[in-house]
Ligand binder design. Sequence first.
Ligand code: ATR
Length: 283
Amino acid sequence: MTDESRSETTTIDRYGVMGYPVSHSRSPVIHRLFALQTGQNIQYELLQVSPEKLETAIRQFQRTGGKGLNITVPHKSEVTKLVDQTSERASTAGAVNTLSFKGGEIYGDNTDGIGLLRDLAVNLGVAIEDANILILGAGGATRGIVGPLLEMQPASIQIANRSLGKAAALADHFAHSGPVSACRFNAVPVSRPYDLIINATSAGVKGEAPPYPAAAISEISFCYDLSYGLQPTPFSVWARQVGAAQSVMGWGMLVEQAAESFNLWRGVRPETAPVLKQMKITA
Ligand code: ATR
């Protein structure tokens, strides 16, 4: 790097994604495409940070003038302890995926839920109001999406999990906000068909294939996997095989949550459709 280019880059607003591991993250590509599209001059870095170094790394990024960070697996819950102010949606989710550094303070937000809603409702035309929804899994990903989904007034949300305890705890947590109940995978009530089935387990990512409840899927079911890959995920393949109306991976949610973060940081909402296309994704 020449002295001239070095002095240029120091004036560029810096952002990044912190995770562990993080090398496979698509966020740098997505944010560079957003920046090109909107004419924003930003730098976006991949930052691999282990859990024990998270606080030091965030403080250092802040101290050296960084403007914002995306926080990804496994730090989304832990980082809530390090922020000075938290948005309501991040508090409800119990997780932060976006940090903004302003006036010496750290502001934590969560754009995952709105990212999923935008992909479902705007990009894919899935009606959530009055829908019967089944969510598979009861970890952090589920906790992040139940609140935003309930705001759209579905008829019901059933959380099914391998072990009942975590699903029951989440159903209790959200019981005051809407009709949420819990069960084990092998006890999913099928008296009414599910309009929307969301896979929020981490099974596929770990190469595991749990006994997903095939009886819950019917020809009206829209199946959505929060996971995504260049090859179809195990859940998306399974959903097609057992007769779902449609089976989609979470590429759109990834791009939409990024657009929401970009908007928080830069005050400009990028167009997501061309970015999804440019990533050569058949979502
Ligand atoms: P995340 O933040 O991605 O949700 P998490 O909090 O570790 O990650 O939760 C992972 C979820 O995937 C849990 O619901 C977990 O089920 P358990 O609560 O029974 O552990 C689910 N999960 C992971 N591997 C699974 C598998 N092989 N079969 C079924 N469920 C699995």
